[in-house]
Every structure is written in structure tokens, then in C-alpha cells.
Design a protein around this ligand. Structure first.
Ligand SMILES: [Mg+2]
Length: 368
């Protein structure tokens, strides 16, 4: 297969409510919608780099540059048999995982459509419905309790709370006291150091499902010391940008859980590789969110149909974040579950009117 045309559209949408983490508050979200065309079909992917490098080193502008100057020309000049070939094609370019993932995703969607198969089946998934979890994005305890109650009423069985050495302990204690059956996952976004072990030990008494990424985004070795003294499973997120990182974490006993994000891992191919390795070696996995638009949400849903995804992922209804999403129909979570369909590709149409409305830059690339 030869890709005939690639388009990039920089889109911007305002969140319904600010998304607060230990490192950054996100009020509006820019992403790049990537479109690839071949043999009369169109595939879509999303680049989820943030505007500043607070999550990983990439930014939405650095990704736009890498896509247009390196990745797209390389793809347009190549013949590929399977989306896995795109992963191989970009191997010699270091880093830039979110830029690479966006275009690789688009080729996966295109390939599935050309095969007239749903993406989740092409990925090797087997479950037709997946359990979903939600993230508390509140600026105070009262708001967090309200959100937890709302999520519980909507059927979500697992929530995620953002924590730091200064925040989260009291919020989680209060949520636990009020909703004892709710599974709680705490995400530190690398805001702790080894000096904060006494505070982590307090979090360890709360019966959390896991604590995600307590230490530095580049660290795998020090997490080993944390896991060794904690009963709560440690999950790695920012530290994991490849299968090789997962292998290091497993060899060092640095964690018991891996948060699989297609974007952070450079694409669907590596996400599946990580899933397969973790299942084989007894590490638990779940699918993390990135404040994404509908295309990525559809990919997360498809990926979560693979057997190893037993812990509810960060998959919420489109309407939780956005006034109007870019897919039709919008993605809906009912009673804590989302379902996949037999529609070819990602299973959702692109809402082109909505895309048009929120486009702030657009470029089209062909081989000529
Ligand atoms: Mg995280």
C-alpha cells in the first residue's frame, strides 16, 4: 500500500472544566488531527502532545514540525504492507513518540477500513465491551466529592485522583469514607521524591488500587525502592516510552502495573507489544487517557478489548470533556461500560463540520 496524501489539522477545543494535575492545569486543548488517504479510503489519528513539555518533552508545535519535515515525507516515499511497518519505518528517528503515534494510528484506521474490519479485531481484541474509569479533575475537596458521587451514579467503578506531596491525602480519605466500594487510583505525575517516603507510606494505608508514577518521569531505578516498601502496587506511566523501558521495570521489580498509552509509546504497534509482554510476565495493564478527542478515545476503546486490559481504563463519554466532540456518534459510556461495534476502522465517522469550526491551521502533503 502507498499512502497518497496526508493532512494535518491543528485543532483547539475548550474543556468544559479545567483539568488539574500536580504539574499543570489544562483549560483548553490543542491536538493535531492526522488524516491519511489511500485506495479511496481515509484513516485518522490524533497527536496528543501538550502545548508545553510538562508531560513529556514533546510539544504540539515540535510534533507538527517533526510530522511535516520528517515523518510524512518518509511515509509518502514508502510502500507498506501492514501498519506495523510504519513503526519500523520510524525506528531510526529518536523519541518524538506522540508525533510518530499519530500518523501510525491513522494508518491502522486506514488499514482496518481497507480490510473492511473493525480496528479492535485487527488489533487482536476479543471483548465487545470494556469497563471504564473516570478522572477527578477538581480544584477543591467539595468539588472532588461531588464529582466522585456523579461518577458513581453514572456507573463508573473506578476513579482516578491526582495527588502530590501537598495534596490528595485528605481528599482520598473523604472519598473513601463516603464511597467505600469505589476503587481509587492515585496519580502523582512524578511529583514525589525519595524524601517524601513518609507521605507515600500514608497513602499506602488507604487501600488504593495503585499509585501511579510517584517519582521522576525519567526514573525506573528509584521506583524499585518505592515498590519494595509499599503494599500498594506502583504503576509506571511517564517513565515508559517503549517496550524496552517495560523490560527494565520488570527486571528491576520497579512496578506491578503499566499504564499503556498509545501516544506515549509511539503507536499502536508498541502498545500491543507492551500488552503482550506484560500479560506473559504477570504485569497488570490498563489504558490511560490524555484529555483526548474522539479519534484517540475510539483507539483507546479498541485497544482495551485486548485480553490483558482488566483494570478499567480512562475512558469517559465525549460529553464529559467537550461541548461537541469530533466524532459521530459521540462516544458514550453507559453504566461504566463502553461497547465496540462491527463498523470498519475506528467505528466512528469524523464530524467534519465540527473539525472545520475548531481548525486553526491546516496543511496537505503529497509526494509531488
Ligand atoms: Mg498518569
Amino acid at each position: 500500500m502507498r499512502i497518497e496524501q496526508v493532512s494535518l489539522r491543528l485543532l483547539k477545543m475548550k474543556l468544559k472544566q479545567p483539568f488539574v494535575t500536580a504539574l499543570e492545569t489544562v483549560n483548553e486543548r490543542k491536538i493535531i488531527l492526522v488524516e491519511v488517504k489511500a485506495e479511496g479510503e481515509t484513516g485518522y489519528g490524533e497527536c496528543l502532545a501538550f502545548e508545553t513539555p510538562w508531560y513529556t518533552e514533546e510539544t504540539i508545535e515540535s510534533a507538527y514540525t517533526i510530522l511535516s519535515s520528517l515523518l510524512i515525507p518518509r511515509l509518502l516515499r514508502s510502500t507498506i504492507e501492514h501498519p506495523r511497518d510504519v513503526h519500523q519505518l520510524f525506528q531510526s528517528i529518536k523519541g518524538n513518540q506522540m508525533a510518530k503515534a499519530s500518523i501510525e494510528m491513522a494508518v491502522w484506521d486506514l488499514y482496518a477500513k481497507l480490510q473492511k474490519l473493525p480496528l479492535w479485531r485487527v488489533m487482536g481484541g476479543s471483548k465487545k465491551r470494556v469497563p471504564c474509569g473516570a478522572v477527578i479533575a477538581a480544584s477543591n475537596t467539595a468539588e472532588a466529592l461531588d464529582q466522585a458521587e456523579q461518577f458513581l451514579n453514572e456507573g463508573y467503578s473506578r476513579i482516578k485522583v491526582k495527588i502530590s506531596p501537598q495534596n490528595g491525602l485528605d481528599v482520598i480519605k473523604q472519598i473513601k469514607a463516603r464511597f467505600p466500594l469505589l476503587d481509587i487510583l492515585a496519580d502523582a505525575n512524578s511529583s514525589f521524591t525519595l524524601d517524601d517516603i513518609p507521605i507515600l507510606k500514608e497513602f499506602d494505608t488507604l487501600g488504593l488500587l495503585m499509585i501511579e508514577q510517584p517519582l521522576d518521569a525519567c526514573d525506573i531505578v528509584q521506583h524499585r525502592h518505592i515498590q519494595a516498601i509499599m503494599n500498594t502496587p506502583i504503576c509506571l506511566d511517564e517513565s515508559i516510552s517503549s517496550l524496552l523501558d517495560v523490560k527494565s521495570a520488570w527486571e528491576l521489580n520497579s512496578c506491578n502495573v503499566i499504564n499503556i498509552k498509545i501516544s506515549r509509546l509511539g503507536g499502536v504497534t508498541e502498545a500491543i507489544n507492551v500488552h503482550d509482554y506484560c500479560v506473559k510476565n504477570g504485569l497488570e495493564v490498563w489504558c490511560g487517557g490524555m484529555i483526548e478527542f474522539g479519534v484517540s478515545r475510539a483507539f483507546n476503546l479498541a485497544l482495551s478489548t485486548l485480553d490483558g486490559f482488566t483494570i478499567p481504563g480512562d475512558i469517559v463519554s465525549s460529553s464529559r470533556y467537550w461541548e461537541e466532540d469530533i466524532v459521530l456518534p459521540e462516544i458514550v459510556v453507559e453504566n461504566g461500560w463502553a461497547e465496540v461495534t462491527e463498523q470498519p476502522g475506528i467505528g466512528y465517522e469524523i464530524n467534519l463540520n465540527r473539525v472545520q469550526e475548531i481548525t486553526i491551521r491546516e496543511n496537505v502533503y503529497t509526494l509531488d
